[in-house]
Design a protein around this ligand. Structure first.
Ligand SMILES: [Fe+2]
Length: 289
């Protein structure tokens, strides 16, 4: 496969399960992009959660040591895809509206976080890895929300199967996911935001794994009003966590590296079935299903 085909496979997989549905007018994944294209045949890829200049130098060294790495894939966005990350936040709006939050409030809240994120992003230099990949002649792309969509679907299916269970029982099931177990060994396993809610029942849950940015903290008040009892997210800001707790919503944090790894693993299983060799690195827990 060439780099384009490997990239397009992820885009298609991510679109297939996108909660916005199919719409020809949506630019689905502005936070994903081919950063350095080379038209060579790719037989093996190094895949990491974050790729920076350091990882690219590491890969250059590994190639010297005999590792056959033809291309590099970063989960987190960089370069143009990094500057455009706020654009995918609209996905979150679809999730909230599904739970009954009115459209106008949802739109206003999204507008606010998109603007804040854009202002923060524009301070940054997101071009370093792109420049390094060009000098080192390493084919590279980043694939963000397409992969987070796979994680979203994974947890939505898991939660749908376990609706009505006690929070502590659901937590046990999540803790047993292989990626979460591996992360737990490193001190980065899943956790409950409020242990006192462990005997609550999980009936009206919101899975919050995709949409690029941390949500605005005000949304948890709206969600509580709409009877959402449990939120499952991969990570939250401190401000988000305080609001979730203040609104007495049960929260399960599944862990950032573990949750990003779940989506990447679904994609990597597909790549391997097409004969691509995977070198996992940079926080990626590779597990085959
Ligand atoms: Fe992430």
């Amino acid at each position: 496969m060439n780099l384009n085909q490997i990239y397009s496979l992820a885009i298609e997989m991510g679109k297939e399960v996108d909660i916005r549905g199919k719409d020809k007018d949506i630019d689905y994944f502005p936070d994903s992009k081919i950063i350095n294209y080379r038209g060579i045949e790719i037989k093996s890829v190094y895949i990491g959660i974050d790729i920076g200049v350091g990882e690219l130098l590491l890969i250059d060294r590994l190639k010297d040591k005999g590792y056959g790495i033809d291309a590099v894939i970063s989960h987190h966005p960089m370069a143009e895809a990094g500057y455009r990350m706020a654009e995918v936040a609209d996905i979150q709006k679809h999730n909230w509206i599904k739970y009954g939050v009115d459209k106008k409030s949802a739109e206003n809240l999204i507008k606010k976080i998109k603007w804040e994120s854009l202002m923060e992003t524009r301070e940054k230099n997101l071009l370093r890895a792109e420049n390094a990949a060009e000098y080192l002649d390493i084919p590279l792309f980043c694939i963000h929300t397409a992969i987070d969509n796979l994680t979203q679907k994974y947890f939505e299916d898991l939660l749908a199967k376990n609706k009505g269970k006690k929070l502590q029982d659901l937590f046990k099931i999540i803790s047993n996911i292989k990626e979460c177990k591996l992360a737990d060994k490193k001190g980065d396993g899943p956790f409950l935001l409020d242990n006192e809610l462990k005997n609550n029942y999980v009936n009206n849950f919101l899975v919050d794994m995709t949409g690029g940015l941390d949500p605005p903290s005000e949304i948890f008040y709206y969600l509580k009003e709409k009877m959402v009892d449990t939120i499952i997210g991969m990570h939250y800001s401190l401000d988000n966590i305080k609001e979730i707790k203040d609104n007495k919503i049960a929260g399960i944090i599944t862990g950032h590296m573990a949750s990003d790894s779940i989506g990447l693993n679904i994609y990597c299983d597909k790549l391997e079935s097409k004969g691509i060799k995977i070198y996992p690195g940079s926080g990626f827990y590779r597990v085959r299903r």
